[in-house]
Ligand binder design. Structure first.
Ligand code: ADP
Length: 632
């Protein structure tokens, strides 16, 4: 009996993409199917440690049949039950995939040959070359009958029973008319060499005529070398081999920015071959990916790729393999993570990775910038979570700044080196981008005095400052807040002038605070502004406006910060208002102007005015007045 079933809407969307848009690199379908087969054997092999019944002579077989126009790929791995086939082949487990697909335009798809690897939808890539796929699978160590799955990649598939008795999976690809070359033995040989040479299990092709054999008897040829590159000394591995291994591991078609290959000796012996990628996967920040990391082998058996075991989560972007013979083979994956021996390996790996990143930072800026652009936010995540390596991570961060041209980024160290002697603290400022931030009234003082300010434009930056208060013995302070030690930059007479005005106009200031109550705490004259009439200053310890916006966007509750309204002691508008108040305190224009000033300073903080229509009405009134004055 066969069941007809419909693909999930997301799968249909994906299949549509695969069938209609992804054909720039069809070759990779074989890499994906062979990788799935190898994963299935990894799983079976791991299981067989405790259940010898499912042990087998592990192999992957690729069998072309030109007459029937079928390419068959089979393995004797873990296999799938009826329910697993429906769950794993009929749906997309990865969260975020739909959103990613929706965001793609036709052009993006063509420009991204490594898309399939990024999606992690390897199996469906077979529909690039096959018009129909039959998958037959029998779960290892399970008594229920084998399952047969069939589909032409449209909206439906059928599932029925099959008579296969051996554990494992076979996939029959009924090739499309223009894909018959994949049935050529030379082509299969070439593709396996190119993409799957490092698979640890033999990939065989039956029925191959061995050229060396005079009798031309047909034998099964092993197509891959199965070399464990990570166990070889680095001097014996060519760049090309590294490149192919990276592509095999990552499913990306781009070059890594760097590799780290070493054999650790001493208390803990292991071999590691790691790659620092140059491109972030689309789902770097989805919890799903966060679970996958560098592969751990123990005595040639694949144990786990769960992140957290070998590397902390923030290094989840690393690709690679680590093999240790010192870890016990039967240890469970969960226990592994807490094992002190694994902790030693983890510490060693992190040290090596951070040292390599620092080397790139110091010696190969171009490469480092390429990496940084893609992965800065995970490094920042590390600053927050990896307190042991915080200093090293901080040294890897780069920021745009007030004194540097757009696009040029500097490190905290460089910032400190350029600080004038009178400057005690490191100043940073949060906002959307350099252009917007530069025009903020908060930075007028810094601009005028040529004090540099680091621009923090990523949402995660404010979280970092939650865990980092200082760098190299200097406090990190936010330029838009009060409590800054910048007094020494203000000329004495300017300071005196502001103080004088604060006492002279104290009742005017009180009146402003009254008008704007309860939105502001107080109003006062300041010597720190040069162009703008006023600005809003938050307390040193209160969350800034950028953080408030973020929390709002995340629908998190946040106590409203009360600001101080700082008035520019030298601005003609402010002086005129103060004088007007002195002359006629009841003049209604005082209130109107104060309300507009406040809304204006909200705007300068990137916040909306309190009442859009009222704000706009007040502006029109002023404009009308202005025209009247001009007409006179
Ligand atoms: P991915 O390999 O990234 O998970 P795929 O679409 O290639 O995505 O495969 C989906 C799932 O189907 C796999 O995770 C696995 O559980 C199952 N699967 C695919 N091929 C095989 C196979 N040859 N043997 C056993 N299970 C398989």
């Amino acid at each position: 009996m066969s069941e007809k079933m419909k693909f999930e809407a997301e799968v249909q969307q994906l299949l549509h993409l695969v069938i209609n848009s992804l054909y720039s690199n069809r070759d990779i379908f074989l890499r994906e199917l062979v990788a799935n087969a190898a994963d299935a054997i990894d799983k079976a092999r791991f299981e067989s440690l405790t259940n010898p019944d499912i042990s087998a002579e592990w192999e992957i077989v690729i069998e072309p049949n030109k007459k029937k126009n079928i390419l068959k790929i089979s393995d004797n791995g873990i296999g799938m039950t009826h329910d697993e086939v429906i769950r794993d082949i009929g749906t997309i487990a990865k969260s975020g995939t739909k959103a990613y697909m929706d965001s793609l335009t036709g052009r993006d798809v063509k420009d991204a040959p490594d898309l399939i690897g990024q999606f992690g939808v390897g199996f469906y890539s077979a529909f690039m070359v096959a018009e129909k796929i039959v998958l037959i699978s029998k779960k290892a160590g399970d008594n229920s009958p084998a399952v047969r799955w069939e589909s032409s990649g449209e909206s439906e598939y059928t599932v029925s029973e099959d008579s296969r008795k051996e554990q494992g999976t076979e996939i029959h690809l009924h090739m499309k008319g223009d894909c018959k070359s994949y049935l050529e033995e030379w082509k299969i040989r070439e593709l396996v060499k190119k993409y799957s040479d490092f698979i640890a299990y033999p990939i065989r092709m039956p029925g191959t005529e061995k050229k060396s054999d005079e009798s031309a008897s047909k034998e099964r040829e092993v197509l891959n070398s199965g070399k464990a590159l990570w166990l070889k000394p680095a001097s014996e591995v060519s760049d090309e081999e590294y490149g192919r291994f990276y592509s095999h591991l990552s499913h990306y078609d781009n070059e890594p920015v760097s590799r780290i290959h070493y054999a650790a000796e001493g208390a803990m012996e292991f071999n590691a071959l790691l790659f620092i990628p140059s491109k972030a996967p689309f789902d770097l920040f989805s919890p799903e990916t966060a679970r996958k990391g560098v592969l751990l082998y123990i005595k040639r058996v694949f144990i786990t790729d769960e992140i957290g075991v070998l590397l902390p989560e923030y290094l989840r972007f690393m690709k690679g393999v680590v093999e240790s013979n010192d870890l016990p083979l039967n240890v469970s994956r969960e226990i592994l993570q807490d094992n002190p021996q694994t902790a030693k390996i983890r510490k060693n790996l992190v040290r090596k990775i951070l040292a390599e990143l620092k080397r790139l930072f110091d010696k190969e800026q171009d490469k480092y910038l390429k990496f940084y652009k893609e992965f800065k936010n995970v490094l920042k995540e590390g600053v927050h979570t990896d307190s042991q390596n915080r200093e090293q991570l901080l040294d890897l961060l780069l920021f745009e700044s007030l004194n540097n041209e757009p696009g040029k980024m500097i490190s905290l160290k460089k910032y400190c080196d350029a600080m004038p002697p009178a400057q005690k603290d490191i100043y940073c400022f949060f906002g959307e981008n350099k252009e917007v931030m530069e025009s903020s009234p908060h930075l007028e003082f810094f601009k005028k005095n040529k004090i540099d300010v680091l621009f923090m434009t990523d949402s995660i930056d404010e979280w970092i400052l939650g865990s980092v208060n200082d760098y190299a013995g200097k406090k990190i302070k936010i330029a838009g807040k009060s409590g800054l030690d910048i007094d020494s930059f203000v000329p004495e007479e300017k300071k005196k002038d502001a103080e004088k005005k604060n006492s002279k106009y104290s009742s005017f200031l009180k009146r402003l605070a009254e008008i704007l109550s309860p939105d502001i705490k107080e109003a006062r004259f300041s010597s720190a502004l040069t162009d703008s009439p006023c600005c809003l200053k938050a307390d040193e310890f209160s969350p800034g406006p950028h953080m408030e916006r973020l929390m709002k966007a995340m629908h998190r509750p946040m106590p409203e910060t009360k600001y101080v309204l700082e008035l520019n002691s030298e601005h003609s508008l402010v002086s005129a208002m103060a004088d007007l108040y002195e002359k006629s305190p009841e003049d209604p224009r005082i209130k109107e102007l104060t309300e507009i000033l406040y809304d204006q300073s909200l705007l300068a903080e990137g916040k909306p005015p309190r009442n859009f229509s009222l704000f706009s009405k007040r502006l029109s009134e002023i404009m009308t007045e202005l025209i009247k004055i001009k007409d006179k």
